[in-house]
Design a protein. Structure first.
Length: 220
């Protein structure tokens, strides 16, 4: 089962939302996340925003340099309003989702610092992701490190809209190693992470990225 405590939060820079466990959304509280550069809307009409790819490349470069950085979505809005041009950044896109142990600023800050996050590039209504690795104790989740040189992992996709085109990609050290078509509304996919590396998920549409996760690190 995926962790029940994952919570959706729109991030307009510093506004994640932490829900109660029984509900998908609740009241906002403020914190200062570790920020991956914002890209504005993921889609410009029906075309992908070109800055999304560069932001993901920037994030991968930081991970490749050895930094355990949480994936955080940010609109990077400078005008506090919705705009429709390629350089605009409407508030609320993208959404950062965190697994927090408590409903508090400290709880969300700790979750982000632990890397227990994923990003929904199209906002709160986009599909959801889970990534877990089996361990001798409780399952490891996004942002965690697993020893033993390999790990059995479970990827879960939720809430894909009916009729949508979606593909789950497993990414190891910045390279896609597996793709799996997703039949809406959900998918559970198990795979083995062989060898040391960082393993994360991307959910891709026909010409854009729906969502991506912070990696799970596998070490010797």
């Amino acid at each position: 089962m995926a962790p029940a405590g994952f919570s959706n939060g729109q991030n307009s820079g510093t506004r994640p939302h932490m829900p109660y466990a029984a509900k998908p959304f609740s009241r906002p509280i403020r914190c200062s996340p570790l920020d991956v550069p914002g890209t504005g809307p993921a889609l410009l009409g029906t075309f992908p925003n070109p800055f999304t790819a560069t932001a993901i490349e920037f994030y991968e470069a930081a991970l490749a340099a050895g930094h355990h950085v949480a994936a955080v979505g940010s609109s990077d809005s400078h005008d506090a309003g919705r705009v429709n041009d390629a350089f605009g950044a409407p508030i609320g896109h993208a959404t950062t989702v965190v697994f927090a142990k408590e409903l508090s600023e400290r709880g969300i800050r700790n979750a982000i610092q632990a890397g227990h996050t994923y990003v929904k590039l199209l906002g709160n209504d986009g599909p959801d992701l889970r990534l877990e690795a089996a361990t001798k104790g409780k399952p490891a989740i996004m942002g965690d490190t697993v020893g033993g040189n390999f790990a059995e992992m479970t990827a879960t996709v939720l809430n894909v809209p009916p009729g949508a085109t979606a593909t789950l990609a497993v990414v190891r050290d910045g390279v896609t190693i597996e793709t799996v078509p997703v039949t809406p509304p959900a998918l559970v996919h198990q795979f083995t992470a062989f060898g040391p590396g960082r393993y994360r998920l991307e959910l891709r549409g026909s010409n854009f990225v729906w969502a991506l996760t912070t990696p799970i690190w596998v070490v010797q």
